[in-house]
Design a protein around this ligand. Structure first.
Ligand code: NAD
Length: 433
């Protein structure tokens, strides 16, 4: 039960017409902030964005390019330019707005705790330009349990709301506009009523207390990470005994009590959320004096699984030394340019350490520490191909036209048809098939 639920009088169908005039500021325009800002503009709100990254702001202010890749995002920005403003002056974003969404990064610290430096720096700005201004501060960043108490001094008499984001990169616009649920943790009625105005057209908006909202976010990501890690272990078993993990996944997921989502094995989960959020949950549990053997073993399992295919192939060829290896995919998943904690980066390091000549291709993603090549160049005369990201363009790619005769295709995403690959004279290693 929410500590502060919205007043019923404001939940009527006209509640939003008054709220639509509210002005919204968004601090931090990365994957979450830019999508949030753009979608809120699409919903009719007037939105002003601010980010400390000057290059990003320049791109957005000049309209030269969208600083991140996300399907549909660029066209939606263009469509909503009348409602969507970008500024490199925090005062304009914060001072001008009635509601301020904080969407800055919350990376992991060394010990697994959340590095709150960006959240604090955003709150410093709120403190500077809107202390006791009676605004509504909406935290969208994933923040640990207890954050509200910790931030109280910055918030002043502004209302604080925790509204965690559940979007998936690559489907972010869709997920924002059609979420399975919206979670809103409120600390007072003003915040609750404001959020009713913002989400008036959304179904399944849950009003809960802030602490519950904080736990919902971490528990959701930990559950999804657990399903992936579990299925990766099952994939290893399938490889061992000659079963097909895709059939297993279908059979298991057809049980209504289980459901089919997130039962697809891969090279090990990565990205900007699951790795850091599972670590943060462990840290929080530890601090609370609670043991967390399940989630700790999920983290360990995922770390070890990231080396699974590397070891599997090396067992077959003894060493990667002087072998040409093509790595297809650098992004942690398809339809994003995000490489944070990507399993591909882990593999590239291991290959380099073992003496391989590594040629990486990705249609979109890049990384300052990795050279990327055109796909033909990456594949030309390769001894081994690792398929790391499920990009559509790889699915029917004629690998045999480029790689060495008899080369190994290590398909960590199960993109290819084994028989087809083998019929071209290549060796096929699937992830659990
Ligand atoms: P991001 O790194 O893409 O973007 C964060 C942005 O905040 C950057 O552009 C950075 O320059 C900016 N920033 C940092 N400090 C600032 C400040 N003081 N003022 C203004 N701007 C500042 O991060 P992201 O992926 O968008 O994630 C943001 C939050 O949302 C994180 O807490 C993350 O865990 C959570 N989240 C992310 C996803 C996802 O798929 N990326 C999904 C759900 C939740």
């Amino acid at each position: 039960m929410a500590e502060f639920s919205p007043r019923t009088s404001i939940t009527g169908s006209n509640a939003g017409s008054m709220e639509i005039n509210l002005r919204i500021g968004v601090i931090g325009v990365g994957y979450v902030g830019l999508v949030t800002a753009t979608c809120l503009a699409e919903l009719g709100f007037i939105v002003t964005c601010y980010d400390t990254n000057q290059e990003k702001m320049r791109d957005l202010i000049t309209g030269e390019r969208c600083p991140i890749f996300e399907p549909r995002l660029q066209e939606l920005i263009q469509k909503n330019l009348e409602n969507l403003h970008f500024t490199d002056e925090p005062a304009k974003c914060i001072g001008w707005s009635d509601i301020i969404f904080i969407c800055v990064g919350t990376p992991s610290s060394e010990n697994g705790s959340v590095n709150m430096a960006y959240v604090i720096s955003a709150c410093d700005l709120v403190n500077k330009y809107a202390k006791n201004a009676g605004k509504v501060i909406v935290m969208k960043s994933t923040v640990p349990v207890g954050t509200y108490k910790y931030l109280k001094e910055y918030i002043g008499n502004n209302s604080y709301v925790y509204n965690p984001e559940f979007l998936r990169e690559g489907l972010a616009v869709h997920d924002f506009m059609h979420p399975d649920r919206v979670v809103v943790g409120c600390t007072d009625e003003k915040g609750a009523n404001t959020m009713v105005g913002i989400y008036k057209n959304f179904k399944n908006v849950m009003y809960v207390d802030v602490a519950s909202a904080e736990v919902i976010k971490y528990a959701s990501n930990a559950m999804l990470a657990t399903r992936i890690a579990f299925m990766n272990e099952i994939a290893q078993l399938c490889n061992n005994i000659g079963a097909n993990v895709l059939e297993v996944s279908r059979g298991v997921g057809s049980d209504n009590r289980i459901g089919p989502s997130f039962l697809i094995p891969g090279p090990g989960y990565g990205g900007s959320c699951f790795p850091k959020d599972t670590r943060a949950l462990c840290y929080t549990m530890k601090k609370a004096g609670i043991e967390s053997p399940i989630i700790e073993s999920v983290i360990r399992s995922n770390e070890s699984h990231k080396s699974y295919m590397f070891n599997f192939v090396r067992d077959a060829i003894t060493t990667f030394k002087d072998k040409k290896v093509a790595v297809l995919g650098l992004a942690f998943k398809a339809d994003t340019d995000d490489t944070r904690d990507s399993a591909s980066l882990h593999l590239i390091d291991k290959l380099a350490l073992d003496g391989a000549k590594v040629f990486v291709h990705d249609p979109l993603a890049s990384h300052p520490m990795v050279n990327t090549y055109a796909i033909e160049e990456a594949l030309e005369n390769a001894d081994v191909v690792f398929v790391m990201t499920e990009w559509e363009m790889y699915k029917e790619y004629p690998l045999h036209k480029h790689v060495k005769q008899g080369a190994i295709v290590a398909d960590c995403r199960n993109l290819f048809n084994r028989k087809k690959i083998e019929s071209t004279g290549l060796k096929y290693f699937g992830m659990g098939r």
